[in-house]
Design a protein around this ligand. Structure first.
Ligand code: ADP
Length: 190
């Protein structure tokens, strides 16, 4: 069992890289952003609860997010490992993930961070917004709010995982193939 947390700011390329890594290492990919968007699209109860936060670029409350993540993990019990993308995003979520995995005798194996400069990423998101249809990608104020959320609530996770010797930063600037190779080098040492 290997469980990888793919870490990085909005637009860092987590989703793009997860698409390659899940096939290469036979991992179950869970993107909390994708699951929320699926629920939004289908107008489920969860979608209705998450919509206002997501559209504003705020984080969805922990309780709701943690419950959703646990449900997703339970659906894939027979997997060789998980690739968590967009989760955890707060210290409370990281603590809940550790506690939940330990009930199954599993743990986070490594947190791999895709690093890139804010201004480059904001431009990437605005580009993505032209075609993705994502409300939160189309407005610079909302994007800046996501960065503020990241800096306040998500960035402290770096120290959380560093303390456990589980934090692996990777340069997130380069071609998609180059970055997949950088991530693969880390995964193969685990
Ligand atoms: P990005 O990393 O580009 O902001 P995501 O697709 O990962 O995009 O997430 C989109 C939105 O979904 C977030 O801005 C947030 O509102 C919500 N979301 C996703 N994951 C979480 C999480 N772990 N905790 C709280 N909210 C989340």
């Amino acid at each position: 069992m290997i469980n990888i947390v793919l870490f990085g700011k909005p637009g860092a390329g987590k989703g793009t890289q997860a698409e390659f890594l899940k096939g290469k290492y036979n991992l179950t990919h869970i993107s909390t952003g994708d699951v929320f968007r699926y629920n939004l699209k289908n107008d489920t109860e969860l979608g209705k609860l998450a919509r206002t936060y997501m559209d504003a670029g705020d984080l969805v409350p922990d309780e709701l997010t943690i419950k959703m993540l646990q449900d997703e993990v339970e659906k894939h019990h027979d997997t060789k490992g998980f690739l968590f993308d967009g989760f955890p995003r707060t210290i409370a979520q990281a603590g809940a993930l550790d506690a939940f995995l330990s009930t199954k005798n599993w743990e986070v194996t490594a947190t791999i961070a895709l690093e890139a400069d804010d201004e480059i990423l904001i431009q990437r998101l605005l580009e993505r917004g032209k075609t993705s249809g994502r409300v939160d990608d189309q407005d610079e104020d909302k994007i800046r709010n996501r960065y503020q959320e990241y800096n306040e609530k998500t960035a402290p996770l770096m120290e959380y995982y560093q303390k456990q010797n589980k934090f692996y930063p990777v340069n997130g600037i380069g071609s998609i193939v180059e970055i997949t190779e950088r991530l693969s080098k880390v995964i193969e040492t685990l």
